[in-house]
Design a protein around this ligand. Structure first.
Ligand code: DHB
Ligand code: MG
Length: 221
């Protein structure tokens, strides 16, 4: 199976399973124009996250890593009109692009972008005793995945769902010796999950327009 075929299959599935409104082509164009790295989740993956949040009945979502807000919009649509999304972004330029996209997609009212180092923002949220989250999407600096998981566990309700992106990285995660902080960050968070019996977890490997990667899904029992 080639990457071209995976991409063609994504096109085929998108055409049948998503609406024009869901394809968010203006958002993807704005992100590309602004020179953001092409690290958004795919359209089908965005809809997967959105459906998962809806199936779970999520009302208060935490996203770590906003980028241009593509997955944020999917999560916002899942919780609207009564829920909320708090999304953390270290890069002010990325946050500005995301804010524009959210406004253009009429999602801005349910989303708060917090600019800054996510580890500091997470500590601030904890310190301020903000209401807990029931759904978390971790998709930021992979080298800090284990720390992001630890904070997520401090900031969530019982039975919260936590999803982590990019846990396969074309198979690179198998290489314990690889000198790649992202890969070692994924391996660290996998070890952290293994050491916590209160977490029920699985992973889904994915292929598609973004190549071969995967999500970890956790239910906090
Ligand atoms: C990378 C980051 C992502 O969040 C992603 O979905 C794909 C790739 C990266 O940093 O390489
Ligand atoms: Mg990602």
């Amino acid at each position: 199976m080639s990457r071209d075929l995976w991409g063609e299959l994504d096109d085929y599935l998108e055409a049948r399973l998503t609406t024009v409104d869901e394809r968010l082509s203006q958002v993807l164009e704005a992100n590309a124009q602004a020179g953001l790295p092409p690290h958004d989740v795919s359209l089908l993956q965005g809809k997967f996250l959105s459906l998962l949040a809806r199936i779970h009945g999520a009302q208060r979502v935490l996203e770590i890593g906003t980028l241009g807000g593509f997955s944020t919009i999917w999560l916002a649509r899942a919780v609207a009109p009564d829920g909320s999304v708090v999304t953390l972004e270290v890069n002010p330029q990325h946050a500005a692009v995301a804010q524009q996209n959210l406004e253009q997609q009429e999602c801005a009212e349910v989303v708060q972008i917090r600019i800054g180092d996510a580890l500091e923002t997470l500590a601030d949220i904890h310190q301020a005793n903000e209401p807990p989250f029931d759904f978390v999407f971790i998709d930021a600096d992979k080298s800090r995945n284990a720390e992001y998981l630890e904070w997520s566990l401090k900031l969530t309700t019982p039975k919260a769902v936590i999803v982590i992106d990019n846990v396969v990285r074309s198979g690179d995660v198998l290489d314990a010796e690889l000198d790649d902080p992202s890969v070692q960050g994924v391996r660290a968070v996998m070890d952290a999950v293994q050491q916590r019996p209160e977490l029920s977890a699985t992973a889904l490997q994915t292929v598609g327009s973004k190549g071969h990667d995967g999500f970890v899904m956790i239910l906090v029992d």
